[in-house]
Design a protein around this ligand. Sequence first.
Ligand SMILES: Cc1cc2nc3c(=O)[nH]c(=O)nc-3n(C[C@H](O)[C@H](O)[C@H](O)COP(=O)(O)OP(=O)(O)OC[C@H]3O[C@@H](n4cnc5c(N)ncnc54)[C@H](O)[C@@H]3O)c2cc1C
Length: 403
Amino acid sequence: MADSRPVVVVGASMGGLRVTEALRKSGYAGPITVIGDESHLPYNRPPLSKDVLSTVVSHEAVAFPQRAATANVDWMLGSPVSSVDVAAHTLATADGSTREWRALVVATGLRPRRLALPPLAGRHTLRTLDDAMALRDELVPGARVVVNGSGFIGSEVAATARKLGCEVTVVSSNTLPMERALGPVLGAEVQARHEAHGVEFLPGRSVVALLGESRVEGVVLDDGRELAADVVVEAIGADCNDEWLAASGLDLIDGVLVDPAMRAIGLDGTVHSDIYVVGDIARFPNTMFDSVPRRVEHWNIPTDTGRRAGAVLGAYLADDGSLEDVAAQSFTPMPSFWSNQFDLSIQAFGMPGLADPDGVRLLEGEISGDSITGYYRSGRLVGVVGFGMKAALMPYRAQIAAG
Ligand SMILES: Cc1cc2nc3c(=O)[nH]c(=O)nc-3n(C[C@H](O)[C@H](O)[C@H](O)COP(=O)(O)OP(=O)(O)OC[C@H]3O[C@@H](n4cnc5c(N)ncnc54)[C@H](O)[C@@H]3O)c2cc1C
């Protein structure tokens, strides 16, 4: 008798959408349920810290187009999954109901890390559309905004808030903005570009307390200094949404460990052909670089891992003997990210963070203008970052892929 249990995808965002599309493309026509805790159908997050945040924030402005492939999918929105039973093939949602699954896809991504401080009005993070709407309402001209953290999101929010006429101070435990991703030379250049637009940086500092009764009036730094603030944006990193998997027996050391076919791996080494993991939460090996499994928090990864998982899961469900052949195909996605801050357009390929400490070289242009910087590990190009010069980056992208 045919198995009538659905494939259940947990996480109704980009990774969940892409795996669903790919599963249909593989030929699987059975039931699919996508369960998400947000109330919105999948939407694109990058504009939330860039163009959309500087205009009107709405679901229409960022929603992914619904393709015909996902017309026949059951979307359960506003419904957090609280636990899973791998042996029984069931999961529980926060309203107490239990659902069966034939195969499970984990696509629950990340959430912002928070400061352990009182929940005053005026504190913000930026991960979801609702976050962006709430923050946008408070980024009014003249507002004093403290951005805590100078990674991608902190730097982008600082630029957007400044463009909206806010007084912006970036407080960060790092020495330079985006230093972990770009290295010190480009990090210093990012800071210089921000400072030219009036953003102030307080590096090597952290926020230890808030001022105000019910609403933020300021922050206290670890050196005792106080800064007046109407808005505090916490951009200090993100944690995996994996608590619902706590009893699953899967390897959750940093996200969920998978094999190159995106199949979940248990703490005992078992490869689960009925459980797949995609997007920011997946820790997978990429032999373009080495065999070390890593999580990669870039926009192309939910698409690449979603397509891969959909194809392999489709072969598993077809049960026609093709699974191991499909799973054995090589999977070497090219990490890629971009960022826009003021008039600076950053595009990167590969994994610049893997470079040797002395492996960062200017390849073309000038740091203070448009430039291409290469990142080398043991003499091999593992990453490239362009400030402008998008077209000229492509040969380096090919060089990274060639190994
Ligand atoms: C503001 C912002 C700007 C960005 N800009 C860029 C950029 O310029 N370039 C770039 O390369 N990348 C960028 N990114 C990163 C990129 O958007 C992410 O890599 C991508 O969104 C990851 O997709 P995902 O589907 O894996 O996870 P997510 O998008 O995090 O989706 C996971 C979904 O699962 C839901 N969920 C979590 N737990 C549960 C549960 N228990 N039950 C049900 N649902 C649950 C979450 O609420 C969420 O809807 C940006 C991210 C943000 C937040």
